[in-house]
Ligand binder design. Structure first.
Ligand SMILES: Nc1ncnc2c1ncn2[C@@H]1O[C@H](COP(=O)(O)OP(=O)(O)OP(=O)(O)O)[C@@H](O)[C@H]1O
Ligand SMILES: [Mg+2]
Length: 299
């Protein structure tokens, strides 16, 4: 079992047509045909969207994405058209709403990995490969890879796992030319992000991008290089050979799997609400990631 513990009811705004409720974002279309993307404070863990929100998370993710889009401007065009609040939108949408070019999305999760962990580590332990790419012997959980790799996945519905696929499979699905452009853009953007983050004390272990087409132009959409779309590890605690402390969901995952939560991950039961202390510490981690990366204070 997985999905939303409580399915959110989207807010209706005159002049905006509600298109989709994602795990974190609400999508609307405005009268000009542009996409209005509103990031909520929702949090997901273990394939569930939790019943407890993390205050300010939506605006932190939105502001961090905007900052990154700026850092990446010379590498690839992005989908942001305006940060202005649509007329009639609730005041609390400010800071977490982007008017974006509606792209023809490429149905591939464009993942880049510079370090070995997660599903990559599982595959490596079985076959010394990740997404079919051969890797050297002797790598451990958290090891840096000889070079970043493109490890695409198919996009899964809410509550389902994304599935890693080979590059050849992506080429079959979207065409060889698009696959090659995806890989090139993914690795270029990851490498830029990794270097910037490392200078600021954060290891960008891996990350997921979503690209789309505006005519023939490949554009980067969705959110970029946030704690929700990436694994961030503090450089000063990095130690290959064990699970690395993660920047965002650590407290949530630890608490949900602790005896205190009373929740069994393997059961059919939805996860319980988070205690205030876990909410506060998680919010502080999102703020810290924003502040470390951008070098500006959140408040
Ligand atoms: N410029 C764009 N044009 C069209 N769709 C976009 C654009 N940018 C992002 N999207 C889509 O908006 C959605 C973002 O919402 P969110 O991140 O909450 O969804 P998700 O849970 O990751 O995925 P899903 O939508 O499948 O539930 C994604 O489906 C993403 O593909
Ligand atoms: Mg998403």
């Amino acid at each position: 079992m997985s999905g939303f513990v409580e399915k959110p009811e989207p807010i209706q705004v005159p002049g905006l047509v509600h298109l989709h409720t994602g795990k974190v974002r609400e999508l609307y279309q405005n009268e000009a045909g542009d996409l209005v993307m509103v990031a909520s404070d929702r949090m997901s863990a273990f394939d569930w969207v939790l019943p407890t929100e993390i205050p300010d998370k939506g605006s932190i993710l939105t502001q961090l994405s905007l900052w990154w889009f700026d850092q990446l401007r010379d590498l690839i065009p992005n989908h942001v058209l305006s940060t202005e609040l649509p007329e009639g939108a609730p005041a609390d949408w400010a800071g977490r709403t982007l008017v974006c070019k509606s792209l023809q999305m490429v149905p591939v999760e464009a993942v880049a990995r510079g370090y070995l962990t997660g599903s990559g580590l599982l595959e490596y332990n079985e076959s010394r490969t990740v997404c079919g790419l051969a890797l050297p012997e002797g790598l451990a959980d958290g090891s840096e890879l000889p070079a970043p790799i493109f490890t695409p996945a198919t996009k899964a519905a809410v509550g389902e796992h994304d599935e890693n696929v080979s590059y050849e499979e992506v080429a079959r699905q979207v065409g060889a030319d698009t696959a090659a452009r995806l890989r090139q853009a993914t690795l270029a953007v990851y490498s830029r992000g990794r270097d910037i983050a490392r200078d600021r004390g954060i290891i960008l272990a891996d990350t997921k991008f979503e690209f789309g087409f505006d005519g023939d132009t490949l554009v980067i959409g969705d959110e970029v290089l946030t704690p929700d779309s990436s694994r961030f590890w503090p450089v000063d605690q990095w130690e290959p050979g064990r699970a690395q402390p993660s920047y965002d969901k650590q407290f949530v995952r630890d608490w949900l799997t602790s005896a205190e939560s009373g929740w069994d991950r393997k059961s059919e039961q939805p996860p319980p609400p988070l205690p205030q202390e876990v909410v506060d510490r998680t919010r502080a981690k999102y703020v810290e990631a924003y502040e470390r990366l951008t070098g500006t204070s959140w408040s």
